[in-house]
Design a protein around this ligand. Structure first.
Ligand code: PEP
Ligand code: MG
Length: 536
């Protein structure tokens, strides 16, 4: 049994097997070999094993409609590509290099080829080449674990973990996440919270831990590998106590969220897909305050089309009936990069092309999404929300585009519901001009995650500046107050969907400022309701 101490950044405790995601392709060393036949055999064996595993993974992903199925099928094709394989074999035969190094050379050759192709979709194949090469090198080094996604719950260990890693791995199979340096406001932490998955940071990825049984403790920031029976029992008790606490909170389902003095606040949920949305309903959500639609766009090789989006939105709207479902238009960029978009690498991605900026640059993505949203609007109570707004002209432009889409749909005879269009206030600029913005938006929701990072100049993803990244800083609170006052002055409701909404030490303050809606992860709804019901 070995104990590793990191930092807790997402609560919870669970057990699973560690799966290390670490790029080894670049570290591969050249070794000259004398017996080329034996080396070729070693490669063929690794190739067969990689192919078998990828095909198995693909079958599971397809059966379970997991979003990584497309990627896995593309990888099987690349792995069996003659050109790729012949390059590896030729290197071993003609240049007497070890199989690992031959794979690295073939990888570099094909990455270059794909990266030089103009077609944006083909370019993404470079990532798949890296992935299959990584898999082959791991098998050659005897390090590939037997873990097959879908069979066992895994604890992801990766130095730099992005939300797409959780999406591609299939959410329901993940028991926890261990990273080297992740800020408290990172999307991977938020996504993990939505999924009830503990996250510990401050522990570098170590390939020798791949496949080990572990306990991950997101309260204390501990990872315990090969736990002994006594420790396992202790954690089983902790996990069952947590379940008991959850059962107690369930008594509050269906009760109003009202202070003792009669002030009512709505509690909505932040979700990343239908699964969370359904869980949120079971946990008493009164609506959805933030549907992060970009998760439909991650972990795949191309943008989801109109039909696929329509079905996804319709399903959530139908599940929620009369309850409001606020769907944010796609907020890609920064730590949510979709590889098919081939975004330029930027020196400062959080200040670059992200959120609505990508949509205004490539309006087809937005128009397709709006068509799907408006078509789905008749199935429930939809609201649309625009992220990363800094100026009035952006909102005017967005409303022009949405009016165009509505006209097109109406003229083709389609019904459209009455859909409010709101603004996510997550930049200091938007907060400061909120009096003016309120004239162009039907509601505000305050996104404290970005608002904090931009107001305080502290990267939400970087654990080294966590002490500076403080959503309770007086500057952030003053911006929040301004937004609530300006929203109410202009008679529009003001909610909050950043993580501060779930900070119970701030609930009283927010309620007294007049916040109308608090939107939080599904696991936080009932505890927040309890706090508000206990308030004077
Ligand atoms: C926010 O910035 O507070 C927000 C709700 O959006 P996200 O966390 O997805 O950036
Ligand atoms: Mg944001």
């Amino acid at each position: 049994m070995t104990e590793f101490t990191g930092k807790p950044i997402c609560k919870g405790a669970s057990t699973g097997r560690i799966r290390v995601f670490k790029s080894k392709v670049d570290d591969t060393k050249l070794i000259s070999i004398s017996d080329t036949d034996a080396e070729l055999k070693r490669y063929e064996k690794a190739f067969d094993s990689a192919k078998e595993k990828l095909e198995k993974l693909y079958d599971i992903a397809r059966e379970k409609h997991m979003p990584n199925a497309d990627i896995l099928s593309a990888q099987v094709m690349l792995l069996t590509d003659e050109g790729y394989n012949n390059t590896v074999r030729d290197e071993i035969k003609n240049n007497r290099v070890n199989a690992e190094y031959a794979v690295k050379l073939s990888c570099e050759k094909y990455v270059k080829i794909f990266e030089n192709i103009e077609d944006e979709t083909v370019k993404t194949k470079a990532d798949d080449v890296r992935d299959i090469s990584y898999r082959l090198i791991n098998i050659l080094g005897g390090e590939e674990s037997d873990i097959i996604f879908g069979n066992e719950r895994m604890v992801i260990m990766a130095d730099a973990a992005e939300p797409s890693l959780l999406i591609e791995s299939g959410k329901e199979h993940i028991a926890g996440v261990i990273t080297k340096n992740t800020g408290i406001g990172s999307h991977i932490v938020i996504l993990a919270r939505d999924m009830d998955i503990p996250v510990v940071t401050g522990i570098p990825a170590d390939i020798s831990l791949d496949g080990k049984e572990c306990i991950i403790d997101g309260y204390k920031g501990l990872v315990i590998t090969d736990p002994d029976e006594k420790t396992l029992n202790k954690y089983e008790n902790i996990i069952s106590d947590l379940k008991e606490q959850t059962r107690n909170l369930h008594k509050l389902i269906g009760l109003p969220t009202q202070t003792r003095s009669g002030r009512t606040v709505k509690i909505y949920a932040n979700v990343s897909g239908l699964d969370d949305a359904e869980k949120a309903l079971q946990n008493g959500a009164e609506g959805i305050g933030l549907f992060r639609s970009e998760y439909l766009f991650l972990g795949r090789n191309e943008c989801p089309g109109e039909e696929e989006q329509f079905e996804a939105y319709k399903a959530v709207l139908e599940a929620y009936g009369d309850k409001q479902v606020t769907i944010r238009t796609v907020d890609l960029g920064a730590d949510k990069g979709a590889r098919y978009l081939n975004l330029q690498s930027e020196p400062n991605p959080d200040l670059g092309c992200r959120g609505i900026r990508i949509c205004l640059k490539t309006p087809d993505i937005l128009k397709t999404q709006l068509r799907a949203l408006y078509r789905a609007s008749v199935y429930g109570n939809l609201a649309i929300m625009y992220p990363m707004i800094t100026s009035v002209w952006e909102v005017k432009k967005l409303r022009e585009i949405s009016a165009e889409v509505r006209e097109e749909l109406k003229s083709s005879g389609l019904d459209i519901g009455d859909v409010p269009e709101g603004i996510l206030i997550e930049t200091p600029a938007a907060a400061l001009i909120s009096d003016e913005l309120a004239k162009y938006g039907d509601f505000f929701s305050i996104g404290t995650n970005d608002l904090t990072q931009y107001a305080l100049g502290a990267d939400r993803q970087n654990d080294d500046v966590t002490d500076y990244y403080d959503p309770r800083h007086p500057a952030v609170l003053s911006l929040i107050k301004t937004v609530i006052e300006n929203g109410h002055k202009n008679k529009i409701p003001v909610g909050m969907c950043g993580e501060l909404a779930a900070d119970e030490t701030m609930t009283e303050h927010l309620v007294h400022l007049g916040i109308d809606i608090l939107s939080v992860s599904q696991g936080e709804i009932l505890s927040l309701r309890k706090s508000i019901r206990e308030m004077r």
